[in-house]
Design a protein around this ligand. Sequence first.
Ligand code: C2E
Ligand code: MG
Ligand code: MG
Ligand code: MG
Length: 290
Amino acid sequence: MAKERGKNTYVVFDPSMRSRVQDAMRLETELRRAIAQEEIVAHYQPIVSVADNVLLGFEALARWRHPERGLIFPGEFIELAEETGLIVNLGRQILSAALQDLASWCTVHPAASRLTMSVNLSARQFMQSDLVEQVRQAVRASGMPAQCLCLELTESVVMENAASARVLLERLKALQVRLAVDDFGTGYSSLAYLHQFPLDSLKVDRSFVQRLGRQDSDNAIVHAIIQLAQALRLRVVAEGVEEVAQLEVLQSLGCDAAQGYLLGKPMPAEAVLRLLAGLDSETLQLRHCV
Ligand code: C2E
Ligand code: MG
Ligand code: MG
Ligand code: MG
């Protein structure tokens, strides 16, 4: 646009644009400090088996414990962390904290060793040349078996460069960690590739789950994803389950697992200990819901 107007004109810098840039720069400085001071912590949201309400594991979700602003959610900082590369250190902290917390729960509640800890990996982290080594070290430091860890990747991360992604996923799989596709259905997945990747599960995006039970056509998408997953021998986890009716539809469709406010909100590590203390130590069955 500026070019079209010729050499001797210039575009006035919009003051609101300046303040947005300044905000982003301030946030970046703050975030850098927060990571150095370990203000970013993991909260944990339960993942539960749909058929029998058994606790299967947790997803670790980053939270910024800001000294003045209180708890800040990923929507406010993950994108910036990704753009600035800060996600690499942030992600490393979350990965080791999540595995260490799981290990400490196991010392109090031995049945917790059956649980899986899911950790999100962003595109930037997936491109780290030492990712496999980072994961191996975090697992080893925690003393947990690698099968306890599930790495969640979005479709775009996996599909963008399918050939190299496949090699990397094979190397991660060789560590025996589990691999899940996050937010399934919102990106573009080539079905031809999907079955070539060493995946363990698909997480159906919340946008599909929210509409369950409203119209048959809404159920049809989730139904199709579940059938696809079954054909590919993948487990299906439904994200964002908020209503009993949604859980009932998922049950009737044969969905394996569910996660959502209905089953438990993300909670700090201390709250997980209280949750575990209240469960039958043999079955790890949750009492509420369906
Ligand atoms: P995600 O991995 O798809 O995580 C699920 C999100 O859905 C979480 O949001 C969770 O709190 C929210 N959620 C779960 N159940 C419900 C529900 O019933 N209703 C509603 N409305 N929301 C529900 P959160 O914690 O705000 O995280 C947002 C996204 O930020 C995550 O989406 C993930 O993409 C990213 N993220 C979070 N932590 C990390 C991290 O440690 N590393 C990376 N790379 N990304 C992260
Ligand atoms: Mg996730
Ligand atoms: Mg998700
Ligand atoms: Mg998401």
